[in-house]
Ligand binder design. Sequence first.
Ligand SMILES: CCCCCCCC(=O)SCCNC(=O)CCNC(=O)[C@H](O)C(C)(C)COP(=O)(O)OP(=O)(O)OC[C@H]1O[C@@H](n2cnc3c(N)ncnc32)[C@H](O)[C@@H]1OP(=O)(O)O
Length: 224
Amino acid sequence: MNGRTDPAGPARLRRRRRAVSDLGDALRALVELATATEAPADDLERATESVRAAAALLGGRVRDRSSLPSTDDLLDGVRMYNPVTGSGSALAPPLHIEQAGDLTIGTCTLGLAFEGPPSYAHGGMSALLLDQLLGYAVSASGHPGMTVRLDTSYRAPVPLQTPLRLTARVTAIDGRRVTASGAIATAAEPDTVLVAATGTFVALSADQARRLFGAVWDSGSRAG
Ligand SMILES: CCCCCCCC(=O)SCCNC(=O)CCNC(=O)[C@H](O)C(C)(C)COP(=O)(O)OP(=O)(O)OC[C@H]1O[C@@H](n2cnc3c(N)ncnc32)[C@H](O)[C@@H]1OP(=O)(O)O
């Protein structure tokens, strides 16, 4: 039973979402500290035992790839484990996104866990952030689609532990194909582009949507 069919569902769903976000916060802090720590081996060994105990607690009930998380709502755009924006994801910085007219703005700070070259972000992380932000801009334009191409131009390294400002906007709509462009800058110097990207997104045909996501829709409707 999930939040949509259970009479006590809304309150239960709110509590579960809060718990998922709190766990996400704790996990992100853990991942960052596990990267930054210079603690002695004894402490690392004790921490490993605690983390294994926590994993055992979470492993009692799990979903597989054909079911949506019970906390998510695709129609409302709630994806709590999205690896870029999801408050429940240990992998997400998380990136916070808002829409201002036709401009999509993202903010985040990357910690040491995202290090590529010493003291700077891994280039794949920049592409991940931009893919998400461009995809959001495309959805916000009313033409959601999947990324089929992402061209990324790395002009200067992205500093860690520094507030970042990302921007994106849709530049062309051509049938099922939508193009969006965006950039990463620091919040302190928003006009200095560090990484720029242009992405092509394609709206799925009904057949493509059924082929790619049919199993997930079916399990969602079975769950109510
Ligand atoms: C808020 C949410 C934000 C989410 C952001 C995150 C977005 C993501 O990361 S999505 C995940 C990564 N992307 C993917 O996994 C997609 C993988 N690709 C596919 O599954 C398929 O390419 C698919 C289903 C999208 C399209 O199918 P495909 O058979 O390639 O294309 P098709 O349907 O024949 O063509 C549609 C149009 O797209 C064009 N197109 C397809 N691929 C490309 C490409 N690589 N470059 C340019 N144009 C392309 C075709 O030319 C065609 O154009 P036209 O209509 O003018 O002839």
